[in-house]
Design a binder for this molecule. Sequence first.
Ligand SMILES: [Zn+2]
Length: 409
Amino acid sequence: MTFDALWAAIEPVGRDLRSGGYRRFAWTREDATLREWFAGEAAVRGLSLTLDRAGNQWAWWGDPDAAASAGRPGVVMGSHLDSVPDGGAYDGPLGVVSAFAALDALRARGFIPSRPVGVVNFADEEGARFGVACGGSRIITGALDGERARGLRDADGTTLAEAVARAGRDPAHLGPDPEALRRIGVFVELHVEQGRALADLDRPVAVGSSIWPHGRWRLDLLGEANHAGTTRLEDRRDPMLALAAVITAAREAASARGCVATVGKVLVEPNGVNAIPSAVRAWLDARGPDEPDVRAVAEEVAARGGTLAVEESFTAETAFSAPLRDRLAALLGDAPVLGTGAGHDAGILAAAGIPAAMLFVRNPTGVSHSPAEHAERADCLAGVDALALTVADLAGPDGVVPRPRGEDR
Ligand SMILES: [Zn+2]
């Protein structure tokens, strides 16, 4: 019962007893405890532990450098151990715990990999402390510049460089790490589903297809400040009415185009109870399977507010390797294939040209980034089986796939 023991060991770390949620932020004491746990699990399995230039932890079964030089880079599983404020227990840790459990299951079956098998703990995936998500994978792939990373600050003004130094690492090392990347032949990230598609499909595990295109836009809604008591309704130019139209339009346009859209942040000038606002600035977050639809949502929403959508960021679709996706879906009994609106380290690696795949484990309510986030134990064990089967296929001699057996877990 490897899974249960692994899960129990980290369950109390960083848990807020009042909310039941987790506070596991990058390069804090809680994070250090989890990193020690990871190193200990690597050690008891006789895996070699390496750290890359961003401080991501890699536990290897086999020699990844020799194999990479011989043209047989490794099969890596894993995820992250950090959390958002009051995050759930599963987002991240489920992928790391399942990776160790899957490795144990493979060994119990006598599986001999024909290439190295690795387990990774990516640092600072949530970006909860320094504001940039997937920091660990972005730094080693060069998607986040090392100098910029060092200067990122948390809410207390501590820079990432200072936090890394306090954790006993040299921040000068933060930067691209082609050596670490060339050891990865393929990366498979198992993750709790952040939605409830699998609950509706009545299946425990899905294969990821892509990370949806995602944009953020600013909308400036202008009006005229005036007295809330003396200005006749017909004489007002009240930008709050435009904001109301924008919020309603976001829901309608997203619904019509199969996207999601959110107005989660607004700034009101002057923000007084008895003053008609002079201006409202609103931000729209929109995501969906197809980029033209996502962009159309932003345009339609802005038009309904009588303004333009100013693009602040846009990330194109990150598609996971199609042959890998199809192979895993077939391997896992014609598993459902799902896209996701959330970012992941697997997406950062895929964007850097590394074959990557994701497995999603059913989340009965779909709730994530919340203490209520949950996955049933049976589904977690199904996830371990799926991951073991996946690695056996990818790291095994061609065509030989050991059968999963329940008692190996
Ligand atoms: Zn996650």
